[in-house]
Design a protein around this ligand. Structure first.
Ligand SMILES: [Zn+2]
Ligand SMILES: [Zn+2]
Length: 256
């Protein structure tokens, strides 16, 4: 059985790394053609090589979590999944994305407390994130975000295809979220809509204490941790036709 598990893990790792490298390379090429869409004016503050080496390591941890979930369902150790159909696929995909966003938000808030920040600090060495920064960090940090994939199939009867589609969406959106270039600023990525654009997580890297969520802004809005200028900056991108807008003066709240 250990060999079977190792084979699943190896395939999952290979798939994760392939997606990471191919999506990142495509984005790098697109970004080269659009310097006007760069979110931060300052130059990159960290080493791409270090990010890449760290990402290759952290993908082992992520693949391990994914393998626990997939392997356990395959063996019949989890709750029995609902049969795959035209309605079960999107329904469980949506449920899983919403649940993971909550998991990520509260775990991320915990990682920013005094007791846990040391595990998250390596990821925050990146002030100006790039496509290669998404997975860069420490293993405890990665486990906080991705242990969800090891556990969720034990409580949610999700077809494995919905599970894999969610992970693919998570990986691609997170690479875009770290890319440092804005393509998704629109009316639906700001209040009153819960969607977000690339600026959202970029602000988390440049200012540390805002925008903790992964896919939606609702938890940050409810708990008052959304960047005070986020909506205004998104409007600026729209008004400026996709070119970096003049940044509004900082309007920080005290003691967030
Ligand atoms: Zn953080
Ligand atoms: Zn990040």
């Amino acid at each position: 059985m250990a060999l079977e598990f190792a084979a699943f893990w190896a395939v999952t790792y290979f798939a994760s790394v392939t997606i990471m490298i191919s999506v990142s390379l495509v984005l790098v090429e697109i970004n080269k053609r659009h310097p006007e869409r760069k979110i931060q004016a300052r130059p990159q503050t960290h080493s791409t090589r270090k990010d890449l080496i760290s990402s290759l390591k952290q993908n082992m941890v992520t693949a391990f979590c994914l393998t626990i979930g997939i392997f356990s369902q395959w063996k019949g150790w989890t709750v029995t999944p609902v049969e795959l159909s035209w309605w079960s696929f999107p329904l469980f995909f949506a449920i899983s994305v919403i649940l993971h966003d909550a998991w990520f938000y509260f775990g991320h808030r915990l990682l920013h407390t005094k007791a846990f920040y040391r595990f998250h600090k390596p990821h925050h060495m990146t002030i100006t994130p790039s496509v290669w920064s998404n997975d860069a960090g420490g293993s405890v940090d990665t486990l906080f975000a991705h242990s969800y994939y090891a556990l969720i199939l034990f409580v949610l009867p999700m077809p494995v295809l919905s599970f894999l589609a969610h992970r693919l969406f998570d990986q691609v959106s997170a690479i875009i979220g770290h890319s440092g270039y804005e393509y998704f600023a629109s009316r639906t990525s700001r209040a009153p809509f819960p969607m977000i654009c690339t600026t959202y997580h970029d602000q988390h890297h440049s200012e540390f204490i805002y925008n903790y969520a992964n896919y939606f802004s609702w938890w940050d809005r409810i708990f008052g941790t959304i960047h005070p200028n986020y909506d205004q900056i998104v409007q600026g991108w729209e008004a400026n036709g996709g070119t970096r807008p003049p940044m509004p003066k900082a309007k920080h709240k005290a003691n967030v």
